[in-house]
Design a protein around this ligand. Sequence first.
Ligand code: NDP
Length: 446
Amino acid sequence: MDPKVEQFMSGIKAKNPAQPEFHQAVHEVAESLVPFIEENPKYKHAKVLERIAEPERVIIFRVPWIDDMGEIQINRGFRVEMNSAIGPYKGGLRFHPTVNLGILKFLAFEQVLKNSLTTLPMGGGKGGSDFDPKGKTDNEVMHFCQSFMTELSRHIGPETDVPAGDIGVGGREIGFLFGQYKRIRNEFTGVLTGKAIEWGGSLIRPEATGYGAVYFAEEMLQTKGDSLKGKTCIVSGSGNVAQYTTEKINEFGGKVVTLSDSGGFIYDPKGIDAERLAWAMELKNIRRGRISEYAEKFGCEYHEGERPWGIKGDAAFPSATENEINEEDARKLIVNGCKVISEGANMPSTPGAIEVYMESKILYGPGKAANAGGVAVSGLEMTQNSMRLPWTREEVDARLQTIMKSIHETCVKFGTEKDGYINYVKGANIGGFVKVADSMLAQGAV
Ligand code: NDP
């Protein structure tokens, strides 16, 4: 390891003990940024890297609520307000039993650079709770959301901090959260994104992350004169991002053969076409069932407790969660002929997996670039809320495509190496950093 990176990381680890995901995210960025900062001493003297690794504010709070049996339950709520140099804090809320401060700090840190890459004026944040919506009734989810927002409402606002969804937080949860905010503050504002279209949402927002990851893959392939048409694609997850990734791959003429959840993955060699996808979406979004039921319904393989990376495919779209592809999985993907990886999820590849991608020089789009379409359309939702005017589906989709192209160009600009290989990790890290860093320099030591 570069001794300067090592020195920087030992400071981060000492200050943030027992937060391995945060260390991992900062380390990956520091590897790109430390050499860049050495060449640009203005950032070094102003300690910009040290400052962006320290949240501006962290809020941790108790979330008491009463379940359907009349019993009191206690969860922990968080909001990490990481950086507001270029706009109000912006980033999703995650409801999952694994949520802790270290995971939210990793997500908030990534979000700062991702939001900068979108070209829109958004700072970075992330929040959530260790609440598990799985197996809860709608009534219980509502009571939890109301209690969560009762505290969170003091800290957020359309000009301050604008949360959205993430794992475990979809349209249902955003509705309950928005209702409670409105009731407490007596104002109808764009305080959350991912709202339903009837009350201030943007068309294409549910689709945006998945569509964006596919647009990004297509941009990467085009640098090689290739496209997704006719490609076999491995998708993990079966939630919001996985569903719309699958829909867009189908539109581009590719074939998706896998989906997964925390129980295992299904392998459907015939391809998850529009009709099968509609069934899977009903299963996951309405009936809230397990992906194993897909295999029973369509008579295909279900691999319990496994991830799909051993299946042969040309393209991979990890769309479930962090660290879901390790070094061994990455090797399997490469051996099976995978040419492009576009990360819908945040940090789904371990450092060992990323090393394998780099060694084999495949097209690798890291999450902060490839999945930025979601927050980009959230930014467009904020714009529409401020104007109090909705845009058409076509207009939002056209803007999303332009933004994904621009993110790709930024990665090419900052990430192209001497031999012509495009290092998208380096490109996204430096490209995202420069705007935030210059804004911080202009705003003084704050
Ligand atoms: P959803 O809650 O809609 O879906 C998550 C999916 O991932 C589910 O299939 C879930 O399975 C699976 N999953 C979650 N945790 C695990 C785990 N520990 N092991 C295996 N499978 C798991 O979330 P999203 O689709 O919104 O988010 C997926 C990823 O995309 C996350 O990394 C998120 O941070 C990222 N992302 C999302 C954005 C958005 O706009 N929604 C924007 C940018 C990134 P199960 O149902 O069994 O839990």
